[in-house]
Design a protein around this ligand. Structure first.
Ligand code: ADP
Ligand code: MG
Length: 496
């Protein structure tokens, strides 16, 4: 079979140059294996549950016993369709399973069933914010495949064990164009993809258990040059390691090139203990795998009705939700993206608005003060001590002028620490109502004017700034309960 034409070079024409590292541009493309959340395997009825005793969840098909045949799990296909719908991809009406041939002890068939020339999901894109800048990473494809088993080295001396529980676990391999231009962008992409697959419920996203593993393809080049030779860092299963591994790899490649050595295409592993990447094997080409259509499986046919049925079962997507926040609530695209980081966060915002909050103010509190406190306490919004309803009440009292900034902060503190639970009761108990009694305010004004004759004279002599001092004095005397705008107006009137 002939090598597919490498289109990566052409795809990168006209893309803007990324930030340079020691004069080099960084190019990154991702291959992510998302384990699909089906109860049984992709081609057999064995369970996919994590953590069982070795080889208790491997049936005759997974063991590759002679005479067994694979049968497609529709649930896996449905999850692939969901990803395609979420990312605006083309869902192939007819795709083909292929055998990827290689030998390894944890692969009893001698081949892995995957998709090669015609994958089920084609094209699409993932968009996200990197800081305040919007980025879009294009997908090449996403294809269905089965996972291999696992070799166990730790419990054996001079031997290795084989656990085939994982053999046949359904995976969706999601491949991007080499569109990313920095480590930060790559990590932000991975986080966004992780958010999407968990949001639409096709993958549990548990990175420690290997449900979401990323391979980062990294190369460097002088701006304007052709794409450099890439090395592929395998199986990154935490965002922290991902960042360390890619940073190290970039520095290593630049060092090699600067020392006049050529980068060899290779598959490398990241060692979390040393923080280094190390070549595992020279990278094989797809020709080495002798791919061919699997004669045991018919082509995967997806009718339009099936796609429509799945579309009907999809939750509202973060992207659609963010668009709604922009159009219905007038939020900025950036704020909307922040609020749709998780379903829980979006629900919190929705509920605070339902409880009466002005959307823009609620958004400011959630992405500002609340986010800061959650981060500091390392908890998620689910565990926030202030409920969405309470935030809604608080924001309502800010918007209707009952609570000036500092008083709002006091109420929020009281809610957060649990010393109070009802916004209006706290306002009452702490006597935080603004001084609407103009009689009391009047007395304070007269006293401040009497005691600050110098400021009064200066103001009357045309020094506008002198008024600020007087306003400050009144605010202080009122215990912060006067409304500064109202005080300014009253003072001006009195001083004429
Ligand atoms: P495989 O690694 O399985 O052979 P591909 O050749 O399709 O698969 O490429 C895999 C990944 O490598 C893709 O995500 C692609 O974006 C990325 N890639 C290709 N060329 C480069 C390059 N020069 N630098 C960085 N990434 C690259
Ligand atoms: Mg690869």
């Amino acid at each position: 079979m002939s090598e597919p034409v490498n289109t990566f070079e052409a795809q990168q024409q006209g893309r803007p140059t990324g930030p340079l590292v020691r004069g080099y541009e960084v190019i990154i493309g991702f291959e992510t294996h998302a384990q699909l959340s089906t109860a049984s395997k992709i081609f057999s009825r064995a369970s996919t549950a994590f953590g069982a005793e070795p080889n208790t969840q491997a049936c005759a098909v997974d063991l590759a016993l002679p005479g067994t045949l694979p049968v497609m799990n529709k649930g896996a296909v449905e999850r692939a369709i969901k990803l395609g719908l979420a990312l605006g991809s083309h869902i192939a009406p007819r795709s083909v399973f292929a055998r990827k041939n290689y030998f390894y002890p944890d692969l009893p068939k001698g081949y892995q069933i995957s998709q090669f020339e015609i994958p089920v999901v084609q094209g699409g894109a993932v968009s996200f914010f990197l800081g305040e800048e919007k980025k879009t990473v294009r997908l090449v494809r996403a294809h269905l495949e089965e996972d291999a088993g696992k070799s166990l080295h730790e419990d054996f001396i001079g031997q290795s064990g084989i656990d085939l529980n994982r053999a046949g676990t359904p995976l969706l391999e999601i491949v991007t164009e080499p569109d990313m231009r920095s480590t930060a962008e790559a990590v932000a992409y991975a986080k966004e993809l992780h958010k999407i697959v968990t949001w639409i419920g096709i993958c549990d996203g548990n990175m420690q258990e290997g449900s979401f593993r990323c391979d980062a393809n990294v190369s460097v080049r002088k701006p304007g040059d052709k794409l450099g030779t890439r090395r592929e860092i395998k199986n990154l299963n935490s965002f922290k390691f991902m960042q360390q591994a890619i940073d190290y790899e970039i520095r290593w490649q630049i060092e090699e090139i600067e020392d006049d050595r050529k980068i060899e295409q290779a598959t490398v592993l990241f060692n979390a203990d040393t923080g280094e990447t190390r070549a595992m094997r020279a990278k094989e080409d797809s020709a080495d795998y002798r791919y061919f259509p699997d004669p045991d499986l018919p082509p995967l046919v997806i009718a339009a009705e099936w796609i429509e049925r799945v579309r009907g079962e999809m939750p509202e997507l973060p992207r659609t939700m963010a668009e709604r926040y922009v159009s219905a609530h007038g939020l900025s695209e950036y704020d909307a993206a922040q609020l749709t980081q998780s379903t829980a966060l979006a629900r919190y915002f929705d509920e605070s608005v339902k409880a009466g909050a002005t959307p823009k103010l609620a958004s400011n509190w959630i992405t500002g003060e609340i986010a800061r406190r959650l981060n500091a306490q390392e908890i998620g919004i689910e565990a926030a001590p202030v409920s969405a309803q309470q935030l809604g009440q608080l924001v309502k009292r800010i918007a209707d002028g009952t609570l000036p900034n500092n008083a709002a902060r006091q109420v929020f503190d009281t809610l957060w620490t649990g010393e109070g639970s009802d916004v209006d009761a706290i306002i009452e108990a702490k006597d935080l109502k603004p001084m609407s009694d103009t009689g009391a305010l009047d007395a304070i004004l007269d006293e401040v004017i009497a005691k600050n004759q110098k400021n009064v004279d200066e103001y009357r002599a045309g020094k506008e700034k002198a008024l600020n001092g007087l306003v400050g004095q009144v605010m202080k005397a009122s215990g912060g309960k006067a409304n500064p705008a109202q005080v300014t107006d009253l003072l001006k009137a009195k001083l004429g």
